[in-house]
Write a protein of this length. Structure first.
Ligand SMILES: Cc1cc2nc3c(=O)[nH]c(=O)nc-3n(C[C@H](O)[C@H](O)[C@H](O)COP(=O)(O)O)c2cc1C
Length: 205
């Protein structure tokens, strides 16, 4: 395993394709991904992407969907109930974490430092260690408590990166929208990417 890894949490908000594209893009870069998925995150993966998109089958699913280049990276899958997993400790060399997509329930747990699950604990570790924590919330409309929880996370040092793909790239497919979000997440985690072209001053060019 490389010295540093990147943690990805998938929770039960709509937008599972953002998670699979992000994980695939990190693997394509040869990175080690530490994955943790909530129960509803598992459900949303299958509901939105089909029966092949199970956590147990994730690497074959990513290879079939995004190509063999995902084999450049490696992955550890953690149980969301295992609060003794590596990413639950600040001494573990994990350079950053994205929660993608992030449900309003998990957002609330992170905002209030509850650490009830591995997703929440690992996020808390990122905040206390002053490492990158990227939260990709998805809900609409949003209640005042939800908005306040985003502010709390931002004040604690997280980057709030809402699942809001742009259209000035003139996307032609859902994959283009997922590429845009995954590119934003990689950039927020500090990685270069070619998932969408930089803005050139004109839409679609
Ligand atoms: C089909 C489906 C779609 C959902 N979409 C969202 C959503 O977009 N945002 C959200 O905050 N919760 C959504 N939920 C509700 C969460 O899954 C639920 O609050 C769950 O308890 C979240 O738990 P977790 O954060 O541990 O994954 C959805 C649930 C289902 C079944």
């Amino acid at each position: 395993m490389p010295a540093d890894s990147v943690a990805i949490a998938i929770t039960g908000a709509s937008g599972a394709v953002y998670a699979t594209r992000t994980v695939a893009a990190l693997l394509e870069r040869g990175l080690h991904v530490e994955l943790v998925v909530s129960d509803y995150g598992r459900r949303l993966l299958r509901d939105e992407l089909g029966d092949e998109a199970t956590i147990e089958n994730l690497i074959p699913y990513l290879s079939a969907t995004y190509g063999e280049r995902v084999a450049a990276g490696s992955m550890t899958i953690h149980s969301n109930r295992d609060l003794g997993a590596t990413i639950a400790s600040g001494s573990h060399r994990c350079s950053g974490m994205a929660i993608v997509p992030c449900s309003m329930k998990t957002l609330a747990g992170v905002a209030h430092g509850l650490s009830r699950s591995l997703v929440e604990r690992a996020a808390d570790v990122m905040l206390k260690e002053r490492r990158r924590l990227v939260i990709v919330p998805r809900e609409t409309p949003m209640s005042l408590p939800q908005l306040r929880n985003m502010v709390l996370c931002a004040e604690a040092g997280a980057q709030i990166l809402p699942a809001m793909p742009a259209f000035y790239q003139l996307p032609k497919s859902l994959d283009d929208l997922a590429d845009f979000m995954a590119g934003k997440i990689l950039a927020a985690l500090g990685f270069d990417h070619e998932l969408y072209p930089p803005w050139s001053g004109r839409a679609g060019s």
